[in-house]
Design a protein around this ligand. Sequence first.
Ligand code: SAM
Ligand code: SF4
Length: 327
Amino acid sequence: MPLLDTYNRVHNNLRISVTDRCNLRCTYCMPEEVVFMERAELLTFEEIARFVEIVAPLGIDKIRLTGGEPLLRRHLPRLVELIVAIPGIRDVGLTTNGILLAEQAQALFDAGLRRINVSLDTLNHERFREITRREGLDRVIVGILAAKKAGFAPVKINAVSIRGVTEHEVVPLANFAREHGLEMRFIEYMPIGADHWERGKVYFAHEILEKIESEVCPLVPVDDYDPRAPAMEFRYTDGQGRIGIIASVSRPFCLKCNRVRLTADGKVRNCLFALDEADVKPLLRGGASAEKIAEVVRANIHEKWEGHEINTARFIKPLRTMHAIGG
Ligand code: SAM
Ligand code: SF4
């Protein structure tokens, strides 16, 4: 039996956070000062791999490693090796801020990682400092180029789209991506950080598209365009690349959602915005059977709500901010 919820959504996509720590402090993601999880609270690589072994037969075949900043977790390529070896897992990806990527790209590729998304909201040093509250733009760019060189294809660049903040970065980023053979993905700003979010601050998908079409190059939907997939995907009519837009606010994809999350401290979350979690760490550490753990995961997914309700007055922001959930 696949992992189904009461809306008949099949869950095959697991996002695993390997740490809540980060070497940046993006304003839309986390507060400046944070008490991080104790190391002993984090699932070990063996515990994460056992969890994946348990959920793979339930239909999980796609994994994304994230955080916090996943490259801060020591020996990450070893986890990649463990996961790619699990029968049924056909796709393993990673989302990183790129700061440590130049050093690790080759080892990650050699361990079997094939998909990589690097988050970069701006090519301007001052703006980078404002958004991330740290230095590091040049390192991210070197990291992106190292990922290309290591063999990742495509390397995708994630940029959060915030009115007045990253709005003016859309065109430079799109041009940068075209120049270097990268795929840009713009993500509408969501209420999941420690900052004050309001709908008016979201620089919407249709605005991004208009801007790119007028200032970069006209776009057409990709041949296998799926209007209900999380990313709306387009290609440039001059043949020089493609872009994706994740319009979680203006065009939520909840009805097609296939995602479930495992936090670094071993909580299963059936939605990024979930208010309830199922704690599998005591089960993994206490020698619970695979059947018992599978049952807890099934029950958590069964309870999944219809959608995140960002656009309604009913929306309640979860207590954890993005860095502690796993984006
Ligand atoms: N540290 C890594 C990174 O930045 O790529 C991985 C974790 S980060 C939480 C994963 C993704 O979530 C990043 O692409 C980041 O830009 C995105 N993100 C964080 N807060 C967000 C928000 N409030 N709205 C939209 N995307 C957000
Ligand atoms: Fe760190 Fe990624 Fe959050 Fe930025 S978005 S603070 S890089 S976890």
